[in-house]
Design a protein around this ligand. Sequence first.
Ligand code: FES
Length: 197
Amino acid sequence: MRYSDTSLAPCGCATAARVNAPRRRVIRIAAAGLAAPLAFAAWPAAESLAGDRLVEEDAEGAPAPLRVADLKPGKPMVAFPFDVKRNAPRDDSRLNKIVLIRLPEAEMSADVRARAAGGVLAYSAICTHQACDVKTWLVKERALVCYCHSSKFALLDGGTVVSGPASRALPAIPLSLEGDQLVIAGAFTAAPGGSQT
Ligand code: FES
């Protein structure tokens, strides 16, 4: 199954309906005179995916749990969490897409290194601007770029916005290793999805 939340436009041009509902609540709160800093407090809480494996987004046949060696250094791969209890990928929402990239640990900030496993980092693959897929690594700039409106994210420094219209960092998700398999070790650091229309 893929994307049962069909209101989420894969082009990312429209912000997800699941995300828009809380935004509408935020607008009503703002209209009532409360301050903008409340905006992200109304977002849905990030679900812990601890224990899930990861499988390649476009894997053919039976999906195989990804291993560190499946990631070529500096080459991003888009994956879905794989629920080992249901023996199925969590591919019913594109908000679950995760971009994996293997980078030199020596270049990572301490916080980022603590979330990495075997040099592999994991972030939401959904741009925080208007929810396009984000999966292209710029080698010289050391940034992940979203080609919809050119937001760039510093994955080695917590997914912070380097440039472009996105106003919040790409949510990260911690990894660990079981043998050589990549395992999700917790929840996204913030709810994935676009936040601006
Ligand atoms: S959707 Fe990514 S920069 Fe606009």
